[in-house]
Design a protein around this ligand. Structure first.
Ligand code: C2E
Ligand code: CA
Ligand code: CA
Ligand code: CA
Length: 278
């Protein structure tokens, strides 16, 4: 028994040590990766309902590490947030997405196109970083841009959050509440903040198949959201059945693997020039 216990300890130590090593490796390699171009964006289509036309894209960051292969943003974004590297990374993401959007809007039929960019709470609550982003977005660069924030940005201080969100609004940037339904924020809280769009989290969508009350709940959320002037995006649509439900309850937009995975710039462009319903 003693031996067994010892063996487990060694195993645990080994995997823990490995996790720590990978973490410090990612931390160390992130800034050089930005310079080397190993960090880039992919674009997942957002479709309007019920017609299925392409309305825009969500920009999602990717890291192709020379030794570790693809590293998920779910792994490196939290590290970047802790170390503060999210500031240069976030600036890079915003710049690339906005340049891409401007290019696409100049293409035939692209003039109404929008691109969503995720901003972490750490970015939104850093005053100098916000000044820097707003300075970059001035001069009409914000046209068609939407930003997505999660409720961690609004939970600490509503007044501060509102002031920052309003500065983006003043430049014409649309504001999306991301991952709605996963946390504690309510529509009544959101009605006091200048949001334009509510994104229903994919965990809420996947629950549609398991509990018949979930559809009524979603219908209620969509109706209330519309009443307070928010458009609604359903995320994580993977099946025809989910598409039917979110269309039936009145969601304005949908996003998910059923329609398209996040796409390379070339594939996004091919889709743009095809321009029919997906
Ligand atoms: P998110 O903002 O909620 O982004 C949606 C995630 O769901 C993406 O994962 C997307 O690839 C995935 N997804 C889309 N459709 C489906 C579907 O039908 N089924 C399933 N199961 N998943 C779907 P991804 O790209 O791995 O990003 C994970 C998270 O990392 C994002 O969640 C976001 O929180 C964060 N992230 C990604 N890019 C950025 C960025 O540029 N800045 C910041 N701050 N965070 C980012
Ligand atoms: Ca998002
Ligand atoms: Ca989301
Ligand atoms: Ca998320």
């Amino acid at each position: 028994a003693k031996e067994h216990g010892k063996g487990r300890t060694v195993l645990f130590d080994a995997s823990l040590r490995e996790a720590i090593l990978i973490r410090s490796r990612l931390e160390r390699d992130l800034n050089p990766a930005l310079e080397a171009g190993d960090i880039f964006l992919v674009y997942q289509p957002i479709l309007s309902l019920p017609d299925g036309r392409l309305a825009g894209f969500e920009a999602l960051v990717r890291w192709r590490h020379p030794d570790l292969g693809f590293v998920s943003p779910a792994q490196f974004i939290p590290i970047a947030e802790e170390t503060g590297q999210i500031l240069p990374l976030g600036r890079h993401v915003l710049e690339r997405a906005v340049d891409q959007l401007a290019g696409w809007r100049r293409l035939a039929g692209g003039d109404a196109l929008t691109v969503n960019v995720n901003l972490s709470a750490r970015q939104m609550l850093d005053e100098r970083h916000v000044d820097d982003m707003l300075a970059f977005l001035a001069d009409g660069r914000a046209e068609g841009l939407k930003i997505e924030v999660t409720e961690s940005m609004i939970v600490t201080d509503h007044d501060q959050a509102r002031a920052i969100l309003e500065r983006f609004h003043a430049l014409g940037v649309a504001l999306c509440m991301d991952d709605f339904g996963t946390g504690y924020s309510s529509l009544s809280q959101l009605s006091r903040l200048p949001f334009d769009v509510l994104k229903i989290d994919k965990s809420f969508i996947s629950a549609l198949g398991t509990d018949p009350r979930q559809e009524s709940l979603l219908r209620g959320i969509v109706e209330l959201a519309h009443r307070i002037g928010l458009e609604v995006v359903a995320e994580g649509i993977e099946t025809e059945a989910e598409r039917e439900v979110v269309t039936r309850v009145g969601c304005d937009y949908a996003q998910g693997y059923l329609f398209a995975r996040p796409l390379s710039v070339a594939d996004a462009e091919a889709l743009l020039s095809a321009a029919g319903p997906i």
